[in-house]
Write a protein that binds this ligand. Sequence first.
Ligand code: ATP
Length: 318
Amino acid sequence: MEVRDVRKTYHLPRGQTLKAVDGISLSVMPGEVLGLVGESGCGKSTLGRCLLRLTDVSSGQILFEGQDITHLSERALRPLRQQMQMVFQDSYASLNPRRRIGDLLAEPLKVHPGPDGRKRSRATIAARLHELMDLVSLPAAALDRYAHEFSGGQRQRINIARALALSPRLVVADEPVSALDVSVQAQIVNLFADLQARLGLTYVFVAHDLAVVRQISTRVAVMYLGAVVELGETDAVLHRPAHPYSAALTAAVPRPVVGAVRAAPLGGDIPSPVARPAGCRFHTRCPFVQGRCRTEEPALRRIGPSHSVACHFPLAEG
Ligand SMILES: Nc1ncnc2c1ncn2[C@@H]1O[C@H](COP(=O)(O)OP(=O)(O)OP(=O)(O)O)[C@@H](O)[C@H]1O
C-alpha cells in the first residue's frame, strides 16, 4: 500500500477545522508489519480507516497493489474489500450480541463470491468456519454460541477470525489489544504474529504504546498531531530514536531499552488539533526546542537507509 500526502479534515461546528491526518506519506510492503504509534487523538485510527477507505480522505492518494483506490465508489471497492480487512479495539461492540458466532462469521462468506467467482455452497462455508476457528485456536463449538459467552480475549479471536474469513492480504488492526488484560494482550499479539507467518499477511498494527508494537512490528511510524514524525525499522526507532517525541515514548516503556536515549517524561498536554502550533508541531513540549522550531515546520527527511525523521535537530543519525 502506498500513501501519498493523505489528509483528513473534519469540519466542526462554528467553522473550525480539525486536521486529524495532516499530510501523511508512507508505504506498507507486502509481508511486513507496520506499527503505528502515538498518544490518543494523534490520528492513528483515522489514518487506519482512510487506508481501508472506511472513511473518505480529504486529499492525497492511496494506492493498493498499484491501483489508486482514493476515490473508488463503494461498488468498485467491493472486490478489494476482500483483500483489506480491519480488526477493531472494542471486541464486543463489533459483534452483534443477538447472532451466533457462526452466523456472524458466515456473513462475509455469503456476501462475497468465492475465489471461483461463484456463490459459496453451505458446505464450503461450514468447512471454512471450522478452519477459521482452528486458525484462532477456538473450539468449533464456539460457532453455536453468542458474543457475551466469551471473554475479551476470546472475542478478539472471533473478530480476528471474521477479518480473516475472506483471506485478506492486508489487515489493519486498530488497537486490537488495548482493551485486554496485560496477560491476554501477549497471547493475542502472539496470535497476530503466528497468523502473519502462517498466512503471509501484511499488517498495519495500531497501538498507543511501543511495548506492544515492539513485539510484532517490522517498522514503526510514530505519529504526533496528525503527522508521522519518525519512521524506521523497529530496532532503530526503539534503540536510537531520532525524534524527541519518539525518545519520550521509548522512555515510557516499562522495560528499559538497552542503549536507548533516555528522555525525560513528556510534560504538558497535547495541543488541540484544531489549533496546531506553528513551526514544528511538537515544539511546545520538546525539551530541546530552539528558535527555528517555533517558526519552521521540519519535513520528514531521511537520516538512514530506511529511517526518516521530521526534526530540525534529531537526536540520532541513521
Ligand atoms: N468523526 C469525527 N469528527 C470530528 N473529529 C473527529 C472525528 N473522528 C476523530 N476526530 C478527531 O480526530 C483526531 C484524531 O482521532 P483518532 O481517533 O484518529 O486518533 P487516535 O490516535 O486513533 O486516538 P485514540 O487512540 O484515542 O483512538 C482527534 O482529535 C479526534 O477527536
